[in-house]
Each structure stands twice: as C-alpha cells, then as structure tokens.
Design a protein around this ligand. Structure first.
Ligand code: ADP
Ligand code: UDP
Length: 274
C-alpha cells in the first residue's frame, strides 16, 4: 500500500510516525498483548492496531519453544502477500499495510474465539484423533472448529457449541464458512501454481463494528495471519514439508523452507542477517 494512500487513510502526521520505525525494531507504542508468535500494539489511530511478528516458535500448546531468527520477518512478508491477494478477491480482512520488516498496520477487531481449520489432506492432529495415515486425501474439504483457549488445549467443537455458547450467530458462521471455502479454493490454486500442495491451514475471524451502539451492524473480517506458521505446505514433487512441521518435528531448515515459499511466490525478503 502506498504512503499516499496511508496519508489519506490515517492523516500525514500518522503516516510519518508509522514509518519512523527502524527496519526491524519495534517502535515505541503501547503494548496491548503479547502472544506466542506476535505482539499487538495500539495503532496510530482509533480502530487500528500494529501487529509485530516475533521470531518465537511454539508447538504442542507452547510445551515446545524456540527462537528461529528470521521467522517473524518471513511470516510478515508472506502474510502481507497472501492477505492482500485474499482481499483482492473481495473477502474483507483486517490487513491495512506492512509498516516495516516486522510490523503490520491492521484494523482492530473483536476476535471470534474460534480457530477455523481447513483440511484437504490428513495431517497433524486429525491423524491421531481418527487413526488416519498422514497424506490421505480427504473425499471433500473438511472444515473444523476449535475453541481458541490455550488453557483448554484449543478443543475441537461443533457448530452447535458455537451457537449454544453464543460465540457466533448462525448468519455469522455461514459467512465465515463461505469465506473460508473461497480462501481454500483460491490458496489451493495459488500454491499449486508454485508447486506446493496446501494440506491444511487455520484461520481466525473478527467483527468490525461500524457503530458500537448497534451490535448487529458489523462486518466479519479475516484476522491474524496466513503464513507457513498456520498452513501445512508440501512440495508438490517431493512432499517435503515447507511449514512449521519442520520445527514441530525437529526437521531443521525452517527458515530455508519459508524463504523458498517466499521466493516461489515472488516475494522479495530483506537480508535476514542484517
Ligand atoms: P496467540 O494469542 O494464539 O498466542 P499470536 O502470538 O499470533 O497468537 O498473537 C496474535 C493475537 O492477536 C491473537 O490472539 C489473535 O487472535 C489476535 N489478533 C489477530 N488479528 C487481530 C485483530 N485484527 N484485532 C484484534 N486482535 C487480533
Ligand atoms: N494450526 C494453527 N494454530 C493452532 C492449531 C493449528 O495455526 O493453534 C494450524 C496448523 O499449523 C495446521 C492446521 O492448523 O496447518 C491444522 O492443525 P492441527 O489441528 O493438525 O494441529 P497440530 O498439528 O498443530 O496439533
């Protein structure tokens, strides 16, 4: 997104403030939340946030942890690329602009506490849960929901739980599933075009309120990130893993794999050693 656009969106003084950040360092902003992979800061204007991509890697509900130099920068650039392409399809999303190597300006949403998992091929938790061999092609795309709650281990839930506990309305869940399936179709093609199989991925959505007093006057938006941290991506020729399973399974070469995804998508990544 151009500086000119941001000037119109945020006002010139904010745009100048935003770009004062150094290449990879956090700028001085009020921290609102620190998660496992990102930090959320107050944005320059009401209704905006800044999300900072850390190098921290976690797996198995944060029981396994490490810091992998360069991962945050790669995810920032890859997620910018994918979120922009998904936005171009007409699916509303929180992404406004990448500010620097580690930070994005996003719209502040009320996050829906559900992880939407899409599976095209069996891998990860579904294999142990249902006794499937990794790599089994599913008869149809499977959409699963997990409650976003680390203290409970993000348990799998049914739509009935979502409605019973009021996490979304039926209309909202319909929009979420429709957007999710469109994103899956689009990303499957995007990745196949660069010789990569999209095995599964996780999405998060939130609500943007136009008017805080009118609770039903809201828009469902895609939130968080789409990167090799929350997708399973296998090389189409060799089935080599090019995603966070390299860390989960101690395979090594995570940065090289993420860099390869970026290269194939035509994304120019800055020198990760500088
Ligand atoms: P976690 O919270 O699971 O450790 P992260 O480290 O990725 O995950 O932290 C990012 C947090 O920011 C997540 O909890 C995510 O739900 C939240 N988030 C993502 N996009 C938005 C948004 N647009 N508005 C508000 N919160 C967001
Ligand atoms: N996923 C994620 N965050 C989570 C759980 C899963 O991004 O908290 C992604 C994961 O990277 C994979 C997909 O969702 O692409 C399905 O993950 P799965 O349920 O198999 O869980 P895992 O293997 O992480 O236990």
């Amino acid at each position: 997104m151009s500086t000119q656009f941001l000037n119109v969106f945020l006002g010139e003084q904010y745009t100048r403030h935003l770009f004062l950040g150094t290449k990879t360092n956090m700028t001085k902003r009020k921290q609102l939340y620190e998660g496992k992979a990102k930090v959320i800061f107050e944005g320059p204007e009401a209704g905006t946030l800044v999300q900072y991509f850390k190098d921290d890697a976690t797996a198995f509900n944060a029981q396994k942890k490490d810091v992998i130099k360069g991962k945050g920068v790669l995810n920032n650039y890859i997620s910018e690329h994918i979120m922009t392409a998904v936005g171009d399809l007409g699916i509303p999303g929180h992404f406004i602009a990448r500010l620097n190597d580690r930070e994005q300006l996003i719209r502040k949403l009320e996050i829906i506490p559900i992880e939407v998992v899409v599976r095209n091929v069996a891998a990860g938790s579904i294999c142990s849960r249902l006794g499937l061999d990794e790599g089994t092609t599913l008869n149809n795309t499977l959409v699963e929901f997990c409650l976003k709650d680390d203290s409970l281990g993000d348990p799998i839930i049914a739509p009935e739980h979502i409605f019973t506990f009021g996490w979304t309305t039926k209309d909202e869940l319909e929009i979420i599933v429709e957007d999710t399936l469109r994103i899956n179709d689009f990303l499957t093609g995007l990745f196949l075009g660069i010789g990569v199989r999209l095995i599964d991925f996780k999405l998060e959505f939130g609500r943007l309120y136009h008017d805080q007093d009118a609770a039903d006057d809201n828009v469902i938006m895609l939130a968080d990130e789409i990167s090799p941290d929350n997708c399973r991506l296998w090389d189409a020729q060799t089935n080599e893993k090019m995603d966070k399973d390299r860390f989960r399974r101690d395979l090594g070469g995570l940065v090289e794999a993420y860099q390869e995804i970026a290269n194939r998508l035509g994304i120019k990544i800055p020198d990760l050693d500088s």
